[in-house]
Design a protein around this ligand. Structure first.
Ligand code: SAM
Length: 247
């Protein structure tokens, strides 16, 4: 089996705390694999090879991930692994990795753990001295930042904004006070409320909404909160909101 990373399947020396003495032992790798955020052509060759070769693939929604595997004619086992089952399935996955199986973790789209399941599993692997290998690729926050025209070397990512009005407003004020670019994921029904709050806090600040990136109806619109409110009277799809840093 050829592994572009040169890591998978390699036997490792036991950790100093191991009681295996000088005997070398094998354990699998957990591959954290980024998948497309819309355009199925965005799966990397290395990601494809890893998904083909591992013992099984942990994913959020097996039906969603099956579409990706079918597009690449990858015949591998998908095991459901979402926020509600993460804790329950963790022990079994760790046992498999310790038993020398290779496992990949993907999410419905983009990079796992970025507002997606996997945090507990990665932390547990690191505690157990299991190697965690990144297979990088698409991520909506980075894709949006790279085309926003805003400062891209200094930024903060908030994930989804808090729902409670007080915390929501406070988070937005903190974004407006931040010197770099602030980025958050936003659900379509909440975009207009967020823009209204931003309009009241700073009517002149430049914002950017990146919608449906890499997909058919991709749209990137820049302007003040009021201009964006006028443009997005109704909005659908997946959205990243960017707030230019304080100038
Ligand atoms: N793990 C993913 C990543 O790496 O970007 C993010 C998963 S999070 C549950 C889903 C959110 O990401 C969406 O609600 C939207 O805010 C953003 N997102 C995902 N795909 C997108 C796309 N193609 N265009 C714009 N935003 C997207």
């Amino acid at each position: 089996m050829a592994w572009p990373s040169g890591k998978a399947g390699a036997c490792k020396a036991p950790s100093p705390s191991s009681n295996l003495g000088a005997t070398f032992f094998c354990m699998g790798n957990l591959f954290v694999v980024a998948t497309p955020i819309g355009n199925l052509g965005d799966l990397s060759r290395r990601a494809e090879e890893v998904l083909r070769s591992v013992s099984y693939i942990l994913c959020e929604d097996t039906r969603q991930s099956r579409k990706l595997l079918n597009a690449y004619a990858i015949e591998n086992k998908l095991v459901s692994f979402h926020l509600f089952s993460e804790k329950k399935k963790e022990d079994g996955v760790i046992a498999d990795l310790l038993g020398d199986q290779e496992v990949a973790l993907i999410s419905d789209s983009g990079t796992p753990l970025i507002c997606d399941p996997g945090q507990r599993l990665v932390e547990r692997c690191l505690r157990e001295k299991i190697s965690v290998v990144s297979v990088p690729g698409p991520c909506a926050v980075i894709a949006a930042l790279s085309i926003s025209g805003f400062e891209a070397s200094r930024f903060q990512f908030l994930g989804f904004l808090p729902k409670r009005p007080g915390r929501h407003k406070k988070a937005l004020q903190e974004c407006l006070d931040y010197e770099g670019t602030s980025i958050c994921y936003e659900a379509p029904p909440r975009l207009s409320k967020t823009l209204q709050v931003l309009a009241s806090l700073d009517p002149h600040r430049e914002l950017c909404v990146a919608r449906e990136l890499t997909k058919r109806y991709e749209e990137v619109v820049r302007g003040t909160a009021q201009e964006l409110l006028t443009h997005f009277k109704t909005v659908k799809g997946e959205i990243v909101l960017l707030i230019q840093g304080e100038q």
